[in-house]
Write a protein that binds this ligand. Structure first.
Ligand SMILES: Cc1cc2nc3c(=O)[nH]c(=O)nc-3n(C[C@H](O)[C@H](O)[C@H](O)COP(=O)(O)OP(=O)(O)OC[C@H]3O[C@@H](n4cnc5c(N)ncnc54)[C@H](O)[C@@H]3O)c2cc1C
Length: 381
């Protein structure tokens, strides 16, 4: 049996998220885009409504919701504003490997407080010289008694300036390659942690992206996530849960762009008819609608596989690549439908085009998703 329907609870969650996106996020989107101000007030409200950290198990104060529910929320919030949405949801990527690998003591200390009040965490893996090539990391941690001495630099860390703690991937035994990587929880306030300036990005400007440098940071042994040598597995495994959510955000942005374009195409007239009557325009809009549906189906399947305990790595990458590439193309076509007005900040679609580009870059570029899909297709052959 195949069912595409949502349960009453899922529908209620979707409606709550849409209402929040419409009433709170959209009215604030331009302000945060233009100023780059971090949306703390919106985060507080989202936290109160239960729209953050939804996958944290009830034992640690969360709602214990699945990947499907996360995807539903993510699409709606992204429809509101993906800059604010990314700021709100980046916790998910930092939390996921910690939920999968950390000891109860770490979960109690670092995860449980996040359900009590709005606190942020960040996933710190990328470095100035290593993004797609995670094996190229230079950050190291060397054991000294019951502590590890951490040295290295991270780059492009979402929520880097506002997070209380970071999930940090470092080499503890470089000779073992992937199996020599270990993950640590590192607090922002610890001596030797230096947070860089907020990056001035093309889009999603509400989100806080920074470099972080670690100089002889003393990390207690108990702050290892999982065990020594399990860092790679935890850091990469997290994407099976988070890529469907990032893809869902791409769907939300694409939906917003499509709605603006369709509405404009019915109002704007050239040669005596609404431009929607010109086939060249209506086909662009038809393609938007088609690809939004297809992307959402990939997202739901990837999320459903995850929730039902099945391997979803290939499907998560398919969803991420398809939704990211579609979102960027749909936002660009929405600008095209608006003509000259689409190029102006007076209209909403230029922001969507700027915001859409990052979907093809963060959480693995669209090229890396194809690499993963191909690897999964050919493995064992
Ligand atoms: C706004 C923003 C937020 C981010 N947030 C985070 C975060 O919170 N935490 C974090 O750890 N990282 C984060 N990142 C980093 C992001 O994941 C990386 O930028 C991304 O993985 C690409 O790495 P890179 O920038 O080093 O590019 P590179 O890896 O240098 O890639 C450059 C180009 O080469 C292509 N390429 C590279 N290798 C291959 C290959 N083998 N085959 C085919 N093509 C290839 C890429 O697709 C890309 O087009 C963020 C980045 C940005 C811009």
């Amino acid at each position: 049996m195949i069912g595409f329907g949502l349960t009453d609870e899922q529908q209620a969650l979707q409606e709550l998220s849409l209402q929040f996106a419409r009433d709170v996020m959209r009215p604030a989107a331009t302000h945060h885009d233009q100023t780059g101000e971090y949306p703390w007030e919106i985060i507080k409200q989202a936290h109160e409504l239960g729209l953050m950290n939804t996958h944290v198990p009830e034992k640690w104060g969360g709602l214990g919701l699945g990947c499907i529910e996360g995807a539903l929320i993510s699409e709606e919030l992204a429809w509101g504003c993906t800059g604010i949405g990314t700021a709100l949801e980046a916790n998910g990527l930092a939390l996921q490997p910690v939920l999968e690998g950390a000891s109860d003591a770490l979960l109690e200390k670092y995860v449980a407080p996040m359900s009590e009040e709005p606190r942020m965490a960040a996933y710190a893996v990328t470095e100035p010289g290593a993004g797609s090539d995670v094996a190229g990391l230079r950050t190291t941690a060397v054991r000294k008694g019951d502590k590890w001495i951490l040295n290295g630099s991270k780059m492009w860390i979402t929520n880097g300036g506002v997070a209380d703690w970071y999930f940090v991937l470092a080499y503890t035994d470089p000779a073992k390659k992937y199996k020599g990587m270990t993950a640590f929880i590192v607090e922002r306030e610890w001596a030797g942690v230096e947070v860089g300036k907020k990056e001035k990005n093309l889009g999603q400007r509400a989100s806080d992206t920074r470099a972080i440098t670690f100089t002889d940071v003393e990390v207690p042994h108990e702050n290892i996530v999982g065990r020594e040598g399990a860092g790679w597995m935890l850091a990469m495994g997290a994407f099976d849960h988070t890529r469907p959510l990032v893809a869902a955000a791409g769907v939300g942005l694409a939906r917003a762009a499509y709605e603006h374009a369709a509405e404009y195409a019915m109002q704007r007239k050239t040669m005596g008819v609404p431009i929607a009557k010109h086939q060249a325009v209506s086909f662009m809009i038809a393609d938007m609608a088609k690809d939004i549906e297809a992307a959402r189906m990939l997202v739901w399947k990837a999320a459903w596989l995850k929730d039902s305990g099945q391997r979803n790595t290939k499907m998560a990458s398919m969803a991420k690549a398809f939704a990211a590439d579609s979102a960027h193309r749909i936002a660009s076509d929405a600008v095209q439908v608006f003509g000259g007005y689409g190029y102006s900040q007076e209209y909403p679609v230029e922001k969507l085009l700027r915001d859409s580009k990052i979907f093809q870059i963060y959480e693995g570029t669209s090229q890396i998703q194809r690499l993963i899909i191909a690897r999964e297709l050919f493995s064992g052959r």
